[in-house]
Write a protein of this length. Structure first.
Length: 117
């Protein structure tokens, strides 16, 4: 499966952005979708994920209540709605297709999110 991430940009603190991850290939619905981010000088971290059934979601504590992960299998697209953005959310965000074994099978290209104070 090939992934294309979009939706990043520059926003003021407290603002919102919605990232989209468009997938090509018929097997998108069999993968969990993960959203990762990497800030300068830091390791890439998993921010949020959603199961292929659209039932199970996960997010790290620092984004709980602010970020919402979702997917639309009919459109082969995953989403990350980011509200109440903070400067520390500034990073390059990547989407990924995660197999049932937990490994990342495919990465989208990164999209830059910059939050100004």
């Amino acid at each position: 499966v090939q992934l294309q991430a979009s939706g990043g940009g520059l926003v003021q603190a407290g603002g919102s952005l919605r990232l989209a991850c468009a997938a090509s290939g018929r097997t998108f619905s069999s993968y969990a979708v993960g959203w990762f981010r990497q800030a300068p000088g830091k390791e890439r971290e998993l921010v949020a994920a959603i199961s292929w059934t659209n039932v199970i979601t996960y997010s790290i504590d620092s984004v709980k209540g602010r970020f919402t992960v979702s997917r639309d299998n009919a459109k082969n697209t995953g989403y990350l709605q980011m509200d109440s953005l903070k400067p520390e959310d500034t990073a390059v965000y990547y989407c990924a297709a995660i197999s049932t074994g937990g490994s990342v099978d495919s990465w989208g290209q990164g999209t830059q999110v910059t939050v100004s104070s």
